[in-house]
Design a protein around this ligand. Sequence first.
Ligand SMILES: CC(C)(COP(=O)(O)OP(=O)(O)OC[C@H]1O[C@@H](n2cnc3c(N)ncnc32)[C@H](O)[C@@H]1OP(=O)(O)O)[C@@H](O)C(=O)NCCC(=O)NCCS
Length: 179
Amino acid sequence: MSAVMSAPVNHWAIRPLTAADVDSLLHIQTLAYGAQLQESRAVFARRLTASHQCSLGVERPGEAGLLAYAVAYWSAVGCITALDGDFAPPPPLATPALYLHDISVLPALAGQKVAHALVVRLMELARSRAVAHMALVAVQGSSRFWQRYGFAEQKITSPAEQQHLDSYGPGALYMTRRL
Ligand SMILES: CC(C)(COP(=O)(O)OP(=O)(O)OC[C@H]1O[C@@H](n2cnc3c(N)ncnc32)[C@H](O)[C@@H]1OP(=O)(O)O)[C@@H](O)C(=O)NCCC(=O)NCCS
């Protein structure tokens, strides 16, 4: 067997995302989401320059372009980012949470545990900062995927946050888990 054929398929690495990754991220987003869930280049560029973002990307070392990304930031339980909305700084007196806004993997890598690696890394990151909650909005019927990681639906009481949730269309669920 040649050296190329024996190379492990999961030979990739996780690193922090920066604003320089926007175009690569948008490429994956176009493939991973339906037209109604696409978000703009300008808003992703702003999110990735926010001081409270903690987003991660996956790449093959030495190769250009992301294989997957997890766009996330430090927020609070009960706070929801609207579709195509900016990452608001966490309110000072609220319960801190790592908010996972968007995770996407190139369809060609589906099922190779790339998302799993990103989720585990984000959980470690939150724990390392003594942040005891994670939150997200499950879309595209992904709530079963999140249940596997211990996420459960959390009801929204704030009309403003409900409006943010509604921006994702019917079926979107706000889910949280304790770490
Ligand atoms: C959801 C997603 C991130 C999973 O990435 P992945 O790297 O293929 O996931 P993993 O390899 O870690 O896990 C694969 C497992 O999750 C399951 N899974 C994947 N997508 C799922 C979904 N939408 N609902 C339920 N289970 C799902 C697979 O069936 C597989 O199950 P198995 O382990 O029993 O075989 C990827 O499919 C994706 O980018 N989807 C489009 C964007 C999206 O919907 N993101 C989530 C929005 S909240």
